[in-house]
Design a protein around this ligand. Structure first.
Ligand SMILES: Cc1ncc(COP(=O)(O)O)c(C=O)c1O
Length: 379
């Protein structure tokens, strides 16, 4: 029978959303071939899905990886990587300045007998690598302080112990940074952010070699973190405009950071595209075509100043998440870092009045005017 979608071979312009949980087997021989991996085929959604598979191929092409595993959220992607490669007695090195939920997961890993090292972004990584270090987990730029960490140097440190280097590339995006080319073994994304780009889906992605694909695929189908087909389709649509959005966000962000850098109401500003930024030299080596849409800064002197400033914004939304078409702002102490013990927040270097700004694709002047009028209300 002809495929009803392509009766004359004319393919649909978008990958169809296949909502099937299960697939009828033509015969036992086909079932055997699929389950033995001899032929591509689908059996059960938790194992695999054609809409999800299409988007995996696209993200792999963007990151320059052999394959990609897409899953339900960015945190599912991180956790799948920990579960796949870490065992009791292993050491994992985390940089302090990473997305806050990883700290929660680290508590679970600790319970499982995994030895955890926390590191400052400017500490000598190589000196902290131990014989039992099997994974180094980092972001660059980091969340929320947009610090730059040298990926090639991290790989050299990982090699000392034969450890895997895992880079969360959510802030940089593949438009500006390709960690696999710089030495990373595994690249993670919260595809909820710039890859999806429209605040309407949650997904995670892990760009990997063929060998690692098999391992991570096994974990995903075992624990059931497979993305639903509808979200995969939204993600595929987001990817079509990803480069345009990333280009515009970075251009906007550069203009805005340069303005904020001269504003007396801003005491600290973190954006790797600024020549004055501590990470600028390394970011210029490992990033290209701009420095992304994320920045962080301190407003006034107190949290009340930061709250007052945010409440005056009219274009920029007060909301968590990032990398979307709309500009978004939040106070990490009240959102992504809320549950961290106070001493850990202090180590991060994130202050009560630090705000994280994710620049969208609005006209730059609109965002600038909004920031200017809101900053006027802060002494
Ligand atoms: C850098 C980074 N990694 C991972 C995550 C987790 O992603 P998700 O919210 O999709 O689980 C986030 C979320 O903000 C993030 O900013």
């Amino acid at each position: 029978m002809n495929d009803p979608l392509t009766p004359y071979g004319n393919k649909p312009m978008v990958t169809p959303i296949v909502n099937a949980v299960n697939y009828e087997y033509r015969d036992f021989e086909v079932l055997r071939k699929i389950t033995d991996g001899e032929i591509d085929g689908y059996t059960y959604h938790r194992d695999d899905n054609p809409t999800v598979r299409a988007v995996e191929k696209k993200i792999a092409a963007m990151e320059g990886s052999e394959d990609c595993v897409v899953c339900t959220t960015g945190m599912a992607a991180c956790t799948m990587v920990y579960l796949t490669y870490l065992k009791t007695g292993d050491n994992i090195i985390f940089f302090h300045d990473i997305y806050g939920a990883n700290y929660k997961v680290s508590l679970i890993l600790e319970r499982m007998g995994i030895d955890i090292t926390w590191l400052d972004s400017d500490e000598n990584l190589e000196k902290r690598v131990k014989p039992n270090t099997t994974m180094i987990f980092m972001e660059s730029p980091t969340n929320p302080l947009c610090k730059t960490i040298d990926i090639a140097a991290a790989r050299r440190a990982a090699d000392k112990a034969g450890a895997r280097l895992v880079v969360d590339n959510t802030f940089a995006t593949p438009y500006h940074q390709l960690p696999l080319k710089l030495g990373a073994h595994i690249v993670i994304h919260s595809a909820t952010k710039a890859l999806g780009g429209h605040n309407d889906l949650m997904a995670g992605a892990i760009a990997v070699s063929k060998e690692d694909y098999e391992k991570l695929w096994f974990t995903r189908q075992a624990i059931g973190t497979t993305l639903d087909a509808y979200s995969a389709s939204l993600l595929e649509r987001g990817l079509k405009t990803f480069e345009l959005r990333a280009e515009k966000m970075a251009a906007n962000a550069q203009t805005i950071a340069e303005y904020l850098g001269t504003h007396p109401g801003i005491s600290r500003l973190f954006y790797p595209g600024l020549k004055t930024d501590a990470g600028h030299a390394i970011a210029s080596k490992q990033m290209h075509d701009g420095f992304g849409g994320m920045m962080a800064f301190d407003v006034g002197k107190t949290q009340e100043d930061a709250k007052k400033f945010i409440s005056k914004l009219k274009v920029i939304y007060h909301a968590v998440s990032l990398g979307s078409t709309e500009s978004l702002i939040c106070i990490p102490h009240l959102t992504t870092m809320l549950y961290l013990p106070p001493e850990r927040r202090a180590i991060f270097g994130v202050r009560e009045n630090t705000v994280r700004l994710s620049i969208g694709i609005e006209p730059a002047e609109q965002i600038l005017e909004d920031l200017k009028q809101a900053l006027n209300t802060v002494k």
